[in-house]
Design a protein around this ligand. Structure first.
Ligand code: ZN
Length: 225
């Protein structure tokens, strides 16, 4: 197995409904004052960690291949990434696996997902103080009285903001070309689902714009699920 080529997949992520990717304080502050989003430590600008995009792609793809690969139930039902380590498992090939029993010819992880930073225009606005983050109050509804209580402020990246994103896909074998479609399918599934937290309450709907692979346009609409 040798590296044949590396595909550069690029585009923009547009936020359609407020995006909340927590800075990890949520679990420490139940009922607390703030649920901050993750920000770059130096610029303080919001960004989308590559691990959030990759993790979401993987879990959605594994849910979608569950019918063909019922053995993945073992990991899915525990909320874990597939650990089958089989060479014919697209997920383990693309995203890698820590399985001890993985097939020898599974090869290295194919996909790298970089952190997605604000697109230049939005970065400029942010630096000029012209891109405030949104604070949305989430309430618990009293089941009998129907009244709202315990409002908790939730910080979100406002709708309309765009981030640049970059993926890098290593092609080792001719068959790997087919796996790239699986990556596009993952992006399409994210569009149908969401990124970040609180998605069941409307946060994190996104769309991918100007998607390209090695400079050639890719139409997600033509990718079948
Ligand atoms: Zn697997």
């Amino acid at each position: 197995m040798r590296l044949q080529s590396i595909k550069k997949i690029e585009g923009r992520i547009r936020v359609l409904t407020g995006l909340h990717i927590g800075a990890g304080k949520d679990s420490l502050e139940i009922g607390g004052l703030d649920q901050p989003i993750i920000k770059h430590p130096l610029s303080k600008a919001p960004y989308i960690p590559g691990s959030s995009i990759k993790g979401k792609m993987r879990s959605l793809l594994e849910m979608s291949q569950f019918i063909e690969r019922p053995e993945t139930r073992h990991w899915l039902s525990r909320g874990m990434a597939c650990g089958c380590g089989k060479k014919d498992c697209p997920s383990c090939q693309i995203f890698g696996t820590s399985a001890n029993n993985k097939d020898e010819d599974l090869g290295p992880t194919r996909l790298i997902v970089r952190d997605a930073y604000l697109s230049p225009d939005w970065e400029k606005r942010f630096q000029n103080g012209d891109l405030p983050m949104e604070v949305k109050y989430e309430n618990t509804i009293h089941r009998v009285k129907g009244t709202a209580k315990d409002p908790r402020p939730l910080e979100r990246v406002p709708a309309g903001v765009e981030f640049d994103f970059h993926l890098s896909f290593k092609v080792f074998e001719d068959d790997d070309e087919d796996l790239v479609d699986y990556v596009y399918k993952g992006l399409k599934l994210i569009q149908l689902d969401a990124l970040g937290g609180n998605s069941s309450r409307g946060c994190g709907q996104v769309e991918f714009l100007d998607l390209s692979c090695n400079g050639e346009a890719v139409a997600l609409e033509s990718i079948t699920l």
